[in-house]
Design a protein around this ligand. Sequence first.
Ligand SMILES: [Fe+2]
Length: 139
Amino acid sequence: MKGKLTEIKWLPEYDIKVEIIDESHRSLVDLINKLADMINRKACPETMSEIFFSLIHYAESYLIREEILLRDLGYSQLDQHKAKHRLFIEKIKSFRESFSSGDPDICQDLYNFLVDWFHEHILQYDKETIAFLKGKGIS
Ligand SMILES: [Fe+2]
């Protein structure tokens, strides 16, 4: 790894003004920053269980709440959106397996995956989804 990983700073434009979703996005950023800090301190992978624990919580609590919100509002792209969440969960499970089997690159690989997810799923957070929420008057 070259140099230290830098922290992701939350910017006001990341907020989409829907509490459940903003809370979920912020909690993921906190988690990514925690992982970066662990990698920087070379405390990884010894402290990875904690990260997996938080990731499972993120998936079980926030992703599901987001799906319920979108379902209740009658979002037509819900299946596609849920499929992305499922893929995320599958990937986290496979990272956990690699971790259990002692993969030495697990910390950096997981970090890269989460940063990509942050950019793809969160920063570009399905523009369509946001447009839908605004249309419903809740954003
Ligand atoms: Fe989502």
